[in-house]
Design a protein. Structure first.
Length: 52
């Protein structure tokens, strides 16, 4: 079985306890990612950062 370069990562909201799961190619993107996503608890867009 071939080893994949992408892994499933967890994005954590900077303002609440909301989490968002996505895939990331670790070969192309070595640094931690930040995305602006919709937070359902706060009902607004906030920055989600990659968690460990």
């Amino acid at each position: 079985m071939a080893k994949s370069a992408s892994d499933i990562i967890k994005l954590k909201s900077s303002e609440s306890s909301e989490c968002y799961w996505t895939k990331k190619n670790k070969k192309n993107t070595t640094e931690r990612i930040e995305r602006k996503k919709y937070d359902r608890k706060l009902r607004k867009h906030v920055i989600f950062k990659e968690a460990k």
